[in-house]
Ligand binder design. Structure first.
Ligand code: GLY
Length: 422
């Protein structure tokens, strides 16, 4: 099944069950200054859950454009992390609750898209006997495939500084013991790669305000989120997100352009980072989020610069990312025509920031290489805080880039000051 088919199947499935299909909200949230980017399908419905009055519908489904920059350093290294992604979601605002959410999720995954039931395990909030019972009755999932966690793993929200939140139940695909750490106690909370979260079913029951107080929600309901690319990966039998139909043409383009040949894993990671980051840049820039030195723009600049550093590591010292962006638009334009409309603007923005950064990048790289050589020759140590700061302040190296480059040489870095992790 292609990603386009999965997107359509999902919306059809929930339309047939009385849901209003709603277009994705903007990637740059409107009217929510506490969120830099949209991180979930429910963001556009926050006020629906909290409404005492009329709302236009009580069931909705969407494919939401999301950007999460919290796991930037994982992108490319793992099979499942990315920054920009499409989130499939079905929502109930004071309408159906746990039973329908679980029954439909199970039916969609096993019957509609045909994932073998025995591959799926679930996690359930430790206090949520009701959901555990529904999984048992609906899917025959007993204790051996149902993992219980507290708020640290099975409570979701709010998105931003305030909003609906509640316990959640996740469906995970189990790649089998040989795919992971091999520990007997390995479970979906383990990061080893054995389990991949497919779908999160949240049951919003509270409204959390900015000082953390929770009150019962006016319209308790359902808020689900399933990463479309992850679903495609599973349905297509791909071994990473980057081997799915939406990423393959982008990855192929990058490899052709850099004459990839039979380079090793470190360079594969570089290609994946560029592919992922080019997608994020296209979508963000198409909505007017431009690279700058603060807030939202700084996130965009970091993403862009990470990709430029990776390109240089692959031997590209000319603007290149803007060409990858063109390929991204070719792949995504049927589902997102707005990208095609902004094609030229996206290329100009990316190319000019690439050019600006490339001017200082090589000088910064030389400074870092010299520091790393010296540390390695001296038998170990860390890159001093002053060097990390100079690279950031004078050469525009986001700290995590310095950390990643240093760590490829087996060296750690010393952060500077109280905000050294920036
Ligand atoms: N709102 C559900 C999720 O993002 O997982």
């Amino acid at each position: 099944m292609t990603t386009d088919e999965l997107r359509r199947l999902f919306l059809d499935y929930f339309r047939e069950r009385g849901h209003t299909v709603v277009p994705s909200a903007s990637l740059v949230p409107e009217g929510d200054p506490t969120l830099l980017f949209n991180v979930a399908g429910m963001v556009q419905f926050k006020q629906f859950y909290a409404s005492k009055g009329e709302i236009p519908f009580t069931r909705a489904a969407s494919v939401q454009k999301c950007l999460r920059a919290t796991d930037l350093e994982e992108v490319g290294r793992t099979i499942k992390h990315h920054t920009f992604f499409e989130m499939l979601g079905n929502f109930s605002f004071g309408d159906y609750f746990k039973r329908e959410a679980v029954e439909w999720a199970w039916d969609f995954l096993t019957d509609v898209v045909g994932i073998p039931a025995e591959r799926l395990v679930v996690s359930v909030h430790v206090d949520d006997e009701e959901s555990a019972g529904i999984w048992r009755e609906t899917a025959g999932i007993g204790e051996e495939r149902s993992y219980r966690r507290g708020d640290e793993g099975n409570f979701w929200g709010p998105a931003g500084a305030s909003g609906p939140c509640g316990p959640c139940s996740e469906v995970h695909d189990d790649f089998g013991p040989e795919a992971g750490c091999g520990r007997v106690e390995c479970d979906p909370a383990c990061d080893c790669g054995r389990y991949i979260e497919v779908w999160n079913l949240v049951f919003p029951q509270f409204y959390q305000d900015t000082d953390g107080e929770r009150r019962p929600l006016e319209r308790r309901g359902v808020d689900t989120g399933m990463g479309l690319e992850r679903l495609a990966m599973i349905c297509q039998g791909a071994d990473t997100l980057f081997a799915t139909d939406v990423f393959r043409p982008i990855v192929g383009f990058i490899k052709d352009e850099v004459d990839f040949g039979d380079r090793g894993e470190a360079d594969e990671v570089g290609v994946r980072v560029i592919a992922d980051h080019a997608r994020a840049l296209c979508f963000a820039i198409s909505e007017g989020a431009l690279p700058s030195n603060e807030g939202r723009g700084y996130v965009i600049r970091r993403i862009l610069r990470r990709a430029v550093v990776r390109a240089l590591n692959l031997g590209v010292d000319k603007p290149f990312l803007y060409k990858v962006a063109g390929r991204v638009i070719d792949v995504m334009r049927d589902a997102y025509p707005e990208l095609d409309e902004k094609r030229e603007q996206i290329a100009i923005v990316i190319k000019s920031d690439e050019e600006r950064f490339q001017g200082t990048l090589e000088r910064g790289m030389n400074i870092l290489s010299e520091a790393l050589d010296e540390i390695v020759r001296g038998g170990g140590g860390e890159v001093p805080g002053e060097t990390v700061f100079k690279l950031y302040d004078t050469y525009g190296f986001p700290v995590e880039i310095t950390r990643e480059l240093a760590s490829s040489a087996g060296v750690s870095i010393r952060a500077w000051g109280s905000n050294g992790s920036r």
